[in-house]
Design a protein around this ligand. Structure first.
Ligand SMILES: Cc1cc2nc3c(=O)[nH]c(=O)nc-3n(C[C@H](O)[C@H](O)[C@H](O)COP(=O)(O)OP(=O)(O)OC[C@H]3O[C@@H](n4cnc5c(N)ncnc54)[C@H](O)[C@@H]3O)c2cc1C
Length: 431
């Protein structure tokens, strides 16, 4: 059964150069990158805070900024964030001398922070535990300093791209339905809401949901005690632990992350079962005997939903391939040694000329998504997309005709690792 909504005129509230939809880690990076390059940039978010899974989902671990052999492969805005969080006492990570180490003592020490993953041999990676509230504060400060217009409490509900070019993005909020008419759009919704609305080809999967939570009031969390076993992790706050609850071992059924009824059922069931796990931990782990429920993730942990099938799909076999149009690089959090250079074509679609994607909905296979979905990689593709959007303004907003060599030089000159062939330092363009 259907009901035809009456046609009506909608107010156009703005025509920014760049509209970034979704203020998760990728969207924040994209908006800052675009605004710092002088573009009139809007960032729209459906919820009441920024950071997405990295904050509201309590996914408070930046995995991984290195390749597993001690070389850093993500820098740029992600490293800038880490540096600022560090000055606030809100980040904890292995010192450089320990990166790549397989020694038992540092491996066990950092395992307690949730920074050791993957099959043996265990290795210390450059990963960062951080405080989500500080992440939000720093994001607000950086967005504001860059001149981004942030609009919270606003859902993107429709996209009109009739001639292969986004003409209108419809927002829904307490103010009703409103239209933004940007020159370029960046989809950082994680779920690919914009790319789907614009008619871009994509894949979608069902997943087991997670619901991470934190307990406060833990005792005796000394580094030399064998208390964790991966069931809970230390955090930057003394006495608080992070419990990474959920997933295939804990939740029976996969859900469709795009179905509100399935999401609602999962919210209720995950919360019930996660709180049972909290009770069990209090009863069985001496350090947590007096612990209280600090907070529960405000959003389910959804690892993936829609992924763009764009101009290029990065596959497993592309590990260690240096693409000439690479604009970001990432390691793999469970694999040591392999790096993926992310071609610009993973952010673009042949179907829509003024649309870019970044973060967990870029054009990669499910296997490579494991690497590119991680927060550092999401920020790296976000930074690349934000910069690319500004470069595209010189060519009428057509993101597929951007001079990618100039884009790579720009990103490199501003501190990002771009992968691919060595960038000519003499031509790098610091911003
Ligand atoms: C259980 C789990 C464990 C993980 N563990 C780690 C880890 O240890 N380390 C790590 O680095 N990564 C980890 N990840 C991956 C990482 O957290 C995410 O992939 C990453 O945070 C995605 O960032 P994003 O900005 O692409 O998307 P998101 O964080 O999902 O942000 C998307 C934003 O868009 C907004 N949005 C969505 N739709 C709309 C719309 N229609 N209109 C307006 N706004 C919209 C959302 O509210 C959200 O703020 C994990 C993920 C999960 C689920």
């Amino acid at each position: 059964m259907t009901w035809r909504e009456p046609a009506r005129d909608l107010p156009v509230i703005g025509s920014p150069d760049v509209l970034v939809v979704g203020a998760g880690s990728a969207g924040v990076a994209a908006a800052i990158a675009a605004a710092r390059r002088g573009a009139d940039t809007w960032l729209v978010e459906r919820l009441s805070y920024v950071g997405g899974l990295a904050t509201g989902g309590l996914i408070n671990l930046l995995l991984t900024l290195d390749d597993g052999h001690g070389d850093q492969v993500v820098r740029g805005l992600c490293q800038e964030l880490v540096d600022i969080l560090d000055t606030r006492g809100a980040a904890r990570y292995p010192p450089r001398r320990e990166w790549g180490s397989t020694d038992v003592e540092p491996v066990e020490r950092w395992r307690r922070w949730g920074l050791i993953w993957g099959a043996p041999p265990d290795v210390v990676r450059y990963s960062v535990a951080f405080d989500p509230e500080d992440f939000i504060d720093v994001a607000y400060e950086n967005l504001s300093a860059a001149g981004v217009r942030l609009r919270l409490h606003s859902w993107c509900v429709a996209v009109h791209a009739p001639e292969g070019c986004v003409e209108a993005v419809v927002l829904e909020s307490k103010a009703g339905r409103q239209v933004v008419r940007p020159r370029v759009v960046i989809d950082t919704t994680g779920d690919g809401d914009v790319l789907a609305g614009a008619g871009a080809r994509h894949e979608s999967v069902k997943v087991h949901p997670y619901l991470w939570f934190r307990l406060g009031g833990a005792h005796d969390l000394a580094d030399d005690r064998g208390w964790s076993d991966g069931i809970f992790f230390r955090t930057t706050a003394p006495g608080r632990v992070l419990v990474p609850w959920g997933g295939p071992g804990a939740v029976d059924d996969k859900i469709d992350p795009l179905d509100p009824d399935e999401l609602t059922r999962a919210e209720l069931e995950c919360r019930r079962d996660a709180m049972r796990e909290a009770e069990r931990l209090r009863a069985e782990v001496p350090e947590l005997a007096d612990a209280w429920r600090d907070d529960v993730a405000k959003q389910l942990g959804i690892t993936e939903s829609r992924r763009l099938v764009g101009d290029f799909v990065l596959e497993k076999d592309h590990g260690d391939v240096g693409f000439p149009d690479s604009v970001a690089r990432t390691g793999h959090w469970t694999k040591r040694g392999v790096v993926y250079d992310i071609p610009y074509r993973c952010l673009t679609t042949p179907v829509v000329s003024n649309l870019l994607t970044a973060g967990r909905c870029i054009s990669v296979s499910r296997y490579v998504h494991q690497a590119t979905k991680e927060i550092p990689a999401a920020m790296a593709t976000g930074e690349a997309a934000g910069a690319a959007a500004v470069h595209s303004l010189d060519v009428g907003g057509d993101v597929r005709t951007v001079d990618v060599d100039a884009l790579r030089r720009d990103l490199y000159g501003n501190g990002a690792v771009v992968g691919g062939p060595v960038v000519d330092r003499t031509e790098a363009e610091p911003g």
